[in-house]
Design a protein around this ligand. Structure first.
Ligand code: ATP
Ligand code: MG
Length: 695
């Protein structure tokens, strides 16, 4: 799974609809597109798309709803929550929170007094309303001929069976269950089964190592681990059970033995024959549920009962075990899914994220099921067997809303337009992006080529911690600007603050903070409330601090500028790493770049650039000079890199984000103090970079 640079290189020239070549388009430096987008009101992006009726028709309607959401949150969220089943109604004044460390401990509460269950609302509620036959999961396997449909009724039955089994193993309300599985229907089913009995799930991405799984199982004292024999990802076979076994041993050594391991047999990766099995501890998934009843009594839980624990990606440090609770998260997951994807019950939707990330929690397992959609669950990778896989799947199921990450968009863009164009894609209505800032160039490709200019792009800014979308366009409600997440979602009050914590009003730039609680605010960091307060609430007292920077333009549009740790201060100029990287990549021989700051005796900080050259290009002094001159030309002399470090590869998280903190350490020659690198996709990259350091 490779991340490629945003700028197209080495791709055949394919004429676009307007008869101009994409290569010509791509010769425009990225920062110019961004500047253009920021500067002009006369956007080339249409304000309204003719193919659907939006829930929110225009800015005026949004403004009214938004105003109520922040002035009367009790009423606004209460009205939405009435669509759900509550075993016991919440109190009228159900919200209380404190975001100010100076006034006492940070706490957040929604739907005080209410009792509910998110699994009941995601499944039973639809079945009870007569929609048991509606397709719930459209599972698409790694290979082209592998698929499976499950209706809401069938999913509910299997969830009940697994929930009964978990109960039979002594799993009770509040107990933790670790899940380490590939993207099969049984993964969201396992999450829902936990939720049904009030158990707290901790999903660990199936690409993580034994150490990472062991640490996470130990942390939450998991009573059960649900895993699988293995999985095929493209041509690669991953032996999940063997990794789970080592994790089990490691956790036992450091004091926590997980008593029961449920193993889903994945025949496509060898099945039972290829899989180890420990009698007395392990049980096959199919056998575990076989004798269980297909109905299962729901555990009604308080709105603030913890639903899950999930670790952040680890881009900036040791992953934080984020805790989300039932009621507020449920209502927020539902509402954001409904409005941002303009989703109606029965819509066919596809989110490519793995359930191991927050996106797979909120916009696969919970949000779409709460709305009642039919959704694709994809086991494979977007580039297997070819780079047209996504568009093939879009056509196969007539997908209406498609949601993916910039890293995937960039790699598909690099493969060329023909792969897109050989498929119809006429079912698509809305395209979503999440995970990193999407640069305007990738945005336009997504919009013009994938969406044929017919589909609005929802560039959704949010975090594991926020539980759901925070700043995002609503389709058709206002004009888009490529690269801007635009306006806040209902109930979200974003503010930009300066170093002293003063709010920057109107046009300007600052630290992106949130001023009021929203329903899916993280409630704590698992087992470490102090870290929660220190990390998110102490930097700017009175606010939740996101760790990201942002800019507000004259139209009030918000542009995420990246993580604040990534901003470099050179002789008083604040320079965003993203900008310098885009400029470097504009050079024809540069495939990818990552920029960090380092201590500089005169300037305070200097600019240190890691550069990956195009396939087959050898680094030379000439190229070094050209690269520096390119940045000078595009941004200005003050942004010229002081050091260029040739990099065969860059350290990335398993979700595809560049780990600049690791690059900062290498630049400072402190590679023995890398910190937590457990979420690094390829640890060898670090050694390679150290070996190539030329100073
Ligand atoms: P850690 O907190 O451990 O460093 P992480 O921040 O990468 O990891 P996530 O919660 O997966 O963990 O990612 C959230 C971050 O991703 C945001 O803070 C932001 O930097 C980035 N991000 C997500 N969506 C967008 C977007 N649409 N535009 C810009 N940045 C985004
Ligand atoms: Mg983060």
């Amino acid at each position: 799974h490779t991340t490629t640079s945003a700028v197209n290189k080495g791709r055949p020239v394919v004429p676009t609809q307007e008869g101009r070549s994409l290569d010509a388009l791509h010769s425009i430096p990225v920062h110019k597109l961004r500047a253009q987008a920021a500067a002009t009101e006369a956007l080339t992006v249409p304000e309204s798309y003719p193919h659907f009726t939006p829930f929110v028709e225009n800015k005026k309607q949004y403004d009214e709803m938004y105003k109520r959401s922040i002035e009367d949150p009790n009423g606004f969220w209460g009205d939405i929550a009435k669509e759900f089943h509550w075993e016991k109604q919440w109190d009228e004044e159900h919200i209380s929170y404190n975001f100010d460390v100076r006034k006492g401990p940070i706490h957040v509460e929604y739907f005080k007094g209410g009792l509910t269950n998110i699994c009941y609302n995601a499944l039973d509620r639809h079945v009870a309303a007569g929609h048991g036959d509606r397709v719930c999961f459209l599972w698409e396997g790694n290979d082209l001929d592998q698929d499976r449909k499950m209706t809401y009724g069938e999913v509910l039955e299997e969830v009940c069976q697994l929930a009964n089994y978990l109960r039979s193993q002594g799993v009770q309300k509040g107990d933790a269950v670790s899940i380490y599985m590939p993207m099969v229907c049984e993964l969201p089913i396992a999450m829902l089964a936990c939720a049904r009995i009030g158990a707290v799930h901790s999903v660990v991405f199936g690409g993580f190592s034994a150490e990472a799984l062991a640490g996470r199982m130990e942390d939450c004292k998991a009573k059960v681990l649900i895993t699988a024999s293995g999985v095929m990802r493209g041509n690669k076979k991953i032996d999940l059970k063997a990794i789970a076994d080592s994790a089990h041993t490691m956790a036992a050594k450091s004091g926590h033995t997980v008593p029961r391991v449920v193993v889903y047999e994945n025949e496509r990766a060898g099945g039972r024959a290829a899989c180890s099995f420990t009698e007395g501890r392990d049980v096959w998934y199919a056998e575990a549920i076989a004798e269980q009843a297909k109905t299962c009594e729901v555990e009604w839980v308080e709105a603030e009962h913890p639903l899950f624990l999930l670790y952040t990606s680890g881009s900036t440090g040791k992953p934080k075990g984020v805790v989300h609770c039932t009621g507020g998260y449920m209502v927020y997951a539902h509402t954001t899914t409904k409005y941002v994807f303009n989703m109606q019950p029965g819509d066919t939707y596809w989110c490519t994220a793995d359930c191991g990330w927050i996106t797979g929690h909120t916009y696969l397992t919970y949000g779409p099921l709460l709305v009642g959609a039919s959704q694709v669950v994809f086991e494979g990778v977007p580039t297997y067997p070819g780079p047209d896989r996504c568009w093939r799947v879009v056509d196969k199921y007539a997908v209406k809303q498609f949601y993916t990450a910039p890293t995937a968009i960039r790699s598909l863009m690099r493969a060329g337009d023909l792969y897109v164009k050989e498929h119809l894609r006429d079912s698509l209505r809305i395209l979503g992006s999440v995970g990193e800032p999407i640069n305007p160039e990738a945005w336009r490709w997504y919009h013009d080529i994938v969406g044929d200019g017919r589909c609005p792009i929802v560039d959704t800014w949010w975090q594991t911690e926020t539980g759901g979308h925070m700043i995002t366009p609503l389709p058709n409600a206002w004009a888009q600007k490529p690269g801007s997440a635009t306006y806040p979602f209902f109930g979200v009050v974003p503010v930009l603050v300066d170093e002293k914590g003063n709010e920057v009003k109107g046009e300007g730039e600052g630290y992106l903070c949130i001023k009021q609680a929203w329903p899916a605010t993280l409630r704590t960091v698992y087992g470490d409330h102090e870290r929660y307060e220190t990390n998110y609430f102490k930097p700017f007292p009175g606010y939740y601090f996101s760790g990201d920077g942002a800019r507000r333009d004259k139209d009030g549009y918000i542009w995420i500028t990246g993580r604040v740790d990534d901003v470099i201060n050179v002789s008083g100029h604040r320079i965003g790493t993203a900008e310098v990287e885009s400029a470097l990549v504009a050079h024809a021989k540069c495939a990818e770049a990552a920029v960090v700051g380092y201590e500089h005796p005169i300037k305070g900080q200097g600019i240190y650039a890691y550069v990956t050259l195009m396939e087959g290009v050898e680094p030379t002094e000439d190229i070094r000079r050209e690269l520096i001159n390119t940045v000078r030309g595009i941004i200005g002399a003050f942004a010229a890199p002081d050091v260029i470090h040739w990099a065969p590869g860059l350290p990335k998280t398993r979700s595809g984000k560049i780990m600049r903190r690791v690059l900062r350490k290498i630049a400072a020659k402190q590679e023995d103090e890398l910190g937590d690198v457990s979420t690094l996709a390829d640890p060898h990259v670090v050694e390679q970079l150290v070996a190539l350091r030329g100073h």
